[in-house]
Design a protein around this ligand. Structure first.
Ligand code: PXG
Length: 291
């Protein structure tokens, strides 16, 4: 299907959208992005995504030359123009165009691309039966090298390598550890475990992206009187948990039923996980910014 995209403020057909070969995003992964979802004609957590995008850019000294309000309007306009009600929205901002690493040699006009797509990350039966996950050898980069809160393009080569490791053994997802060996996150999702009725998830200092779905689940759990703790987790904690699930914009909330061939709890999606999935689905349908 031919779709419209917004490239640097212009609404153009996706087939006509052209990016310079010397765009720093293409040459070096020098840029930031967001993956957002629309449900029922409403964009889920739009402000949170726009805020995270601007924070990522600020941390990398990429000056986004338009206001958050203008960015929000552009995002809504693309969704409207494509007549989408349920879709994935990708916002990509690169530092600009120019050859060579040195940012002094590039034109400081960030490339801003907004596009929509259909995205169903996992087949529907996986939400019913749960994911089989393996621990991968690819570690998350230490925060001292690259702060995990920056959703930067270049960071993702590591996640792609981790995903390939999981694919190689036919697993649904790969779980990455940090350099210290603590549980960090999956390749595009945050992890939660439930033990004795308490929800546990690693803190951002474990080297994870501060996921917007993660924050939503933490908020919903509190509303449901489920205690939530941000704490360092080891593989032992996941192997011996009663239930586990992953969260992310693409995956939403998905049960995780085994890790490294060990069944988690009963080896079936747990009762609390089902309740959290139901609360999350309800929230996605009843909130968000109208386009
Ligand atoms: N960890 C990592 C490393 C991620 O990339 C999450 C956690 C979950 O964060 P949110 O804010 O989505 O709850 C992510 C999110 C894509 C795509 O283009 C990637 C993500 C989200 C949407 C689309 O593959 N990653």
């Amino acid at each position: 299907m031919r779709r419209f995209v917004n490239l640097n403020g212009q609404m153009v057909s996706s087939a006509e959208a052209k990016i310079d070969l010397y765009d720093h995003g293409f040459l070096y992964g020098d840029g930031v992005f967001e993956g957002i979802r629309a449900y029922n004609g409403r964009i889920f957590k739009l402000q949170e995504h726009v805020d995270r995008l601007y924070h990522s850019a600020r941390a990398l000294m990429i000056h986004i030359p338009i206001s958050k309000e203008e960015m929000t309007e552009r995002i809504k306009a693309v969704v409207r123009e494509n007549g989408e009600t349920n879709c994935y929205i990708r916002v990509t901002v690169s530092r600009g165009v120019g050859l060579g690493l040195d940012p002094r040699h590039i034109r400081h006009e960030p490339t801003i691309a907004i596009s929509t797509a259909d995205l169903a990350l996992y087949p529907p039966d996986m939400y019913e039966n749960g994911l089989h996950v393996v621990t991968v050898s690819t570690r998350v980069p230490p925060a001292q090298s690259l702060d995990p809160r920056i959703k930067s393009l270049g960071r993702y080569i590591n996640n792609i390598l981790a995903k390939m490791e999981a694919n190689r053994v036919g697993a649904g997802e790969g779980l990455m550890l940090n350099i210290e060996g603590y549980v960090a996150e999956a390749t595009g999702d945050n992890i939660f475990v439930i033990k004795h009725g308490v929800l546990h998830t690693p803190p951002p200092s474990a080297g994870i992206l501060a996921g917007i779905t993660r924050a939503t689940v933490m908020m919903l759990a509190e509303e449901m009187d489920i205690p939530v703790r941000e704490t360092m987790l080891t593989l032992y904690d996941v192997y011996t948990a009663d239930e586990a699930f992953l969260t992310g914009t693409a995956a939403e909330v998905i049960p995780m039923v085994t890790l490294d061939d060990r069944p988690i709890g009963t080896g079936k999606p747990g009762e609390m996980t089902h309740r959290i999935i139901a609360a999350f689905r309800e929230h996605t349908q009843s909130s968000g910014t109208p386009v």
